[in-house]
Every structure is written in structure tokens, then in C-alpha cells.
Write a new protein. Sequence first.
Lengths: 252, 428
Amino acid sequence: MPAGLVSVHLLPLLGTSNLVDRLTFGVGATIVVLGAIGVVISRNPVHAALMLVMTLFGVAVLFVQEGANFLAAVQVIVYAGAIVVLFLFVIMFLGVDREENLAEEPLPLQRPLALGLMVLAIAGLLLLGIGSKWSIGPQSVAGPAAHQPGGDVAALGRSVFTTYLFPFEITAALLVIAVVGAVVLARRLRPPAEESSAGGVGGAAEDVGAAEDEGDDEDDEGIDSTEDMARSVAETVTARGRSDSDGTEAGP
Amino acid sequence: MTTAPVLSLIHVLALGDPLFSNGVHWAELLIVLIKVVVAFAALMVSVMLMIWFERKVISDMQARIGPNRAGPWGLLQTLADGTKLFFKEDLMPDQADRFVFKLAPYLSLLPAFLAFTIVPVGGVVTVASHTFELQVADPPVGILFLLAMSSVSVYGVMLAGWSSGSKYPLLGSVRASAQMISYEAALGMSVVTVVLIAGTLSTRGIINAQSHTFFTSWNLIRTGVVPFVLFMIAITAELQRPPFDLAEADSELVGGFHTEYASIRFAMFFLAEFMNTITMSAVIVTLFLGGPDGPTAHLPVLSWLIPIGWFLGKTVVFLFVYVWLRAALPRLRYDQLMDLGWKILIPLSLGWVLLVAAVLVGGWWGAGIFLGMALGFGLLVRAVVVGKERDSDTGSLSADLPAPRALPGSDPGRAGRFDPSSPRTSGL
């Protein structure tokens, strides 16, 4: 027993470590579910994206609770730090950040049908979860993270670069294909004179600059040409995607 | 004693700290609480001093006097400014998204606070048989936590600009977030070299790996200086400090993303900015300069203060460098910023990661193979460029083909591109 300062065991207060785990899970899961509900019911796309960030943070908390520190950090860096930021970029630039009028219904039976399907899906998931150990793959491929030599980062590295090297590399190739596809789709043939001054990321920046200057005489937040904006966003997105896939390929 | 079952969550969060090796009791919680409070207070006071320091140094460099009214040498100027801001009217633009507008300053401030928790400010201290590290938290993924916080802080800037519902803040936040995303890659890559050398993600582990001999065992030398320079540039861009302060370019965008903010909300952005500057200086010291590492002497009780002194000294050097940069360098143009980030920093940092990895795995052989491949790649690129130049030369001669596409490497318009009257160069 450490001498000196008061060292009352916390155990009577917190029970076993099990209780703390449950408490953490409860808080994490609440954040996740509340965020998910918020994404669905927010009228404003930016608010929905923020709710998505909340969900991702909840998932990160759950990862920490499972001892998967690395995954938790990467969850925040990649999903909250990069992907949702890009969502926000697109939402803000394309000017779809206005509340939508949900009064008119394009499909009449949509809402009751959605409700019924949701109930069915949740019931099915719960039944499968309770009744059998249902999952789409092995539940664990490397064992619990806490007992790995070198911690969870080393365990993940070993799995990814030995047993699962091929799927890993294939995923990297898939990302590159997605980036190339995005570039092909987003690239617009321009008159050659313009092409010389606007190419690559710097060009995208200039496009935005041009849009800003042209938009000065109008009242709508300086963005008058949606086309210019869309192009610049697409180029930013692909540029970002490129860096992501680079990172994946040249991992540790 | 009975071995208390280690609370799994706390165990996971603070794996490295010897404080928790005997389980978690009231005493441990108290120590953690004291650490948090002390770190918070120290950070606030150092922000106050940093703002004063910056204004004073800038004044000296510009042959002015600077703040000299409030307190001795104007030391209390920041306090006076803060008090004034507190009592200013809190304005909210008519077009603003009220909730997000109020949320954004906190999203800016919170990551700035949290990022500092992983910085080791000193060695290991034993108080009343409790041994603990002088840092708030030592998670096993320490440096990734820093990157996570740095990517979360984009939200504060981005949402502040968007929710203001006006033109200049939106443009400022677009610039800021594009810039922060662009430089994050180079930042991460230079951190990867450090992690490769140290073999751990924990900041304490990175410190310990550098503490063999003074200076030569620091990562600054062991990673070969280049990652340090890259990190320094990338972090300056992340912080949006001059010369990368396009987001709040006051001559073009009024104040950038925080144009519409007033009163204490504005003060929070200001606080976050300076807090980030201090944190990042401390992180540079941690990653590349051995943190609290330095020659120590054996004093009766206070020998634990010497590493803290080393840490503070090194950090102040970088704080001074940031102020110096602000006084000395003009702001970059947006295309220069993007070119620097994407075409120079990212390829260079990626290449350096490969080189360090090759040397670690294969020694001189690895370096040789890497250099051979780099040479081959360079020749290939050169060949492609020459081939394209040829193509465009012949293309321009024939009348029925369109004008040649200028190449990035040999763009004749690039050198003479800057034209203040042209809207293209004066814009975002």
C-alpha cells in the first residue's frame, strides 16, 4: 500500500473494472446513437455533418475502450479530420447548405415504408446478435490487443503486412483507381489558352480566386459560378484523395 | 498489498506513466487532477506572456516601443486586453447560424488545450512514494493524438467562417481549411520519420530514445535535419502564422474567418491561436530536440527543475523564431502556398521517409539502393519532360494543331505570372 497520501481503494466506489467498462461503453454508445439520429433528423446538411463527427468520436471512444488505441486515433484523424472535412467543403462550396423543404413528398409511401424497414432491420440484427455469434468474418484475427508484443500498433502492422498483405495492397490499388476515376470524371477539357494557366492544385486555387473576384458585384457570398466552385472542389477532393492513397501505400 | 485490478480504461489511456503501475486509487486521481490544473494554469499564463513577448519583439524589430503602459514593461497588457474584451458587446450577425457560430470558438480552443497534454515538460518525479511523469497524459499513441487534435482544430476555423454567414469569413475559412489539409500530409510524414527512428508513438518514448548523449542523439541529427525543416514549415502553415497567414490576411479579408466575431468569442480564437503556437513549439522540441534532455546537475531537492528549464529554454527559442518569421517574411501568395505544400514538401517528406526506412532496414546498402532508385526515377522524369517538350515544339509548328500545352516545369508564364492588376493573382 503506498504510504503518504490518502490511498483509499476506488473499488468500493467504482465496483470492478467491469462497471467502468460498461459505463464507458454506455457513454460511447449513447454518443454514437445520438449522433446517428442527429444525422438523419437534421434539416441542415452542415448540422448533419457535425452530428456525423459526433458519431465518429463516439466510435473512437469505443475503440479506446477495446484497447485499440491506434484505431481510435486513426478514426479521428482520417474520418473526422479528413473525410467529414471534405463533406463540409463540398456542402459549403456547392451552396446546398440550406434547409430543405420536406413538406412535399416525392414518393407517397416513403415514410411508412422506411419506418417498417427500419423496425425489420433492427429486429433482424438484434435476433442475429442474441441468437448466434453472427458476423461476416472471423471475430478476431490477431487476438486481443492488450496481450500483443509491441502493443496494438505492432499487432496491426504484423497482420496487415504479413497475413493480409494482399488484401491491403489491393485496397490501396482500389483507392488509386477511385482517384483516377474521379480525375477523369471531374476533368473538363478547356480551351488551350486557359489550360496553360490553370492546371493542378494551384490552378484550382486560381479558379476559386477568379470566382471570388467575379462575384464581387453580386450579393451571394461571393460565389457566383457554381461551375467554377464545383471544379475546384473536385480538384481539391482528388488531390486530397491522392495524398490519402499515397499514405496508404507508403505506410510504416 | 493487494494488487488492485487495473481499471482497463485508465490503464489504456495512460499506459506509459509509472503512476498507474499499482492501480488507481484516490491519490493517483488527485495527482492527475493536480497535473491537469497546473498544466492549464501554466498554459494560460504562458499564452499571456507569449502575446506580450510577440508584441514586444515585433516592436523592437520595427523600431517601436510596443506595449509599455500596463504593468512593468507592459507585461499586463494582455490581461488588460482580455478584460476589455470580456466586457465588450457580444455581436451575432443576422445571417449567422446561431448554434454553430457559438460552437466554433470552443472547437478551436479545446483541441489547443488537449494537444498540450501529451507534451513531456520534464523528467520523472517522485512525491511521497508516487512516481509520475511530468506530463498530463502519456497515451501509447501519443503523437497520433497530437495529429488528431490538429485535424480536429480545422473544424473551429471552418465552421467559424461558414456560420458567420458573410463573404470574407467564408473565404478566409476556405483558405484556412484547404491550407491545413494540404500541409497535414507533410506534417504527418515528417512525424513518421521520427517514429521510425524512435520505434514508438508515445511522446515519452520518443524523448527517452533521444536521451543518450547531448545533441548528437537528438532526432534533429538522427533523422538528418530535413524532416525537422519540413516539420517546421508544415507546422507554421498549420498554425497559420506568417508567412502562411492567408486565412486572416487583413489587407484582403478584413480578419479572415473571425471577422464577425467580437468580445470574448474573438478572444477565444486569439487564445487558441497562441496556445497552438506554444504547443507546437513544445512539440518540435519533443520530437526533434530531445524535449527536456540536457546536462543536469545534482541539486538537493530541486534537480527535477533542470530538465524543465531545458524544455522551457528550447521552447522559447522556437517561439522567438515564430515571432521573427512574422517580422521578417512577407505573406505567400495562394498559388505559392499550394505549390510549396503539394509539389515540394509532400514529395520531399515522402522520399525522406523511404530513405530513413531503407537505411534502418538495410544500412548503407539500403541507402545505396534508395539513391539508385531515386536516380533512376529522376532520369525517367527528365526523359518524360524532354519528350513532352519535343512534342509541344513540333506541335506549335503545325498550323492545324491547337497551341501547345505549357508544361509545369518549363512554363514560360510562370516566371512572369505575378501581376498585381490581374484578378487571378490577387484572389484567393
